[in-house]
Design a protein around this ligand. Sequence first.
Ligand SMILES: [Zn+2]
Length: 177
Amino acid sequence: MTSNILARYTTISTAEQLLRRGMRPKTVELFTGLSRYVLTRLHHEIFGASAPCGRSKTSRIITRNNAMRSEASLFIKFYLYIGGDPVWTEFDIDAFVRTYDMYRDAVKKFRNREHLDINHAWALARDLRANTLRRRKCHQCGIHYVNLVDEPHAKCPICATINLPARVPESLRATAP
Ligand SMILES: [Zn+2]
């Protein structure tokens, strides 16, 4: 009986951690097995309001622009560092939460920079395990970046950014000192 109480406490504690970081209740339900009713009540107790509606996030965020591909690559780098090789084949909730906190701490000083929320991070971790998100090494700069299996020609976001000045219009380049 005692272990059941402890297990229940641990499950609710995990749900609280995820909700506080902004994870959608529907995704928390997948992890914890807690009912929608319990999660709705928990969300209300934490925030004093119902959870916002919205569609689930996907890894396709990385195709939006080079900045988001860089963010995703950084998150996955942290996730592999903290979770190790097992995260390729299984989802590690503790490693995931620690990684997300580490990522959030790393990016919060750049307030104007677009960054991943926990729902995007979860989609990336899920798709890494499902092998629909991959890591590729750039042969130019040497970093690892992520791409989806259905975008095999995706370019390194760092090198793509560095190449940008070459596309500055001639008229603007002429004003440079
Ligand atoms: Zn590169």
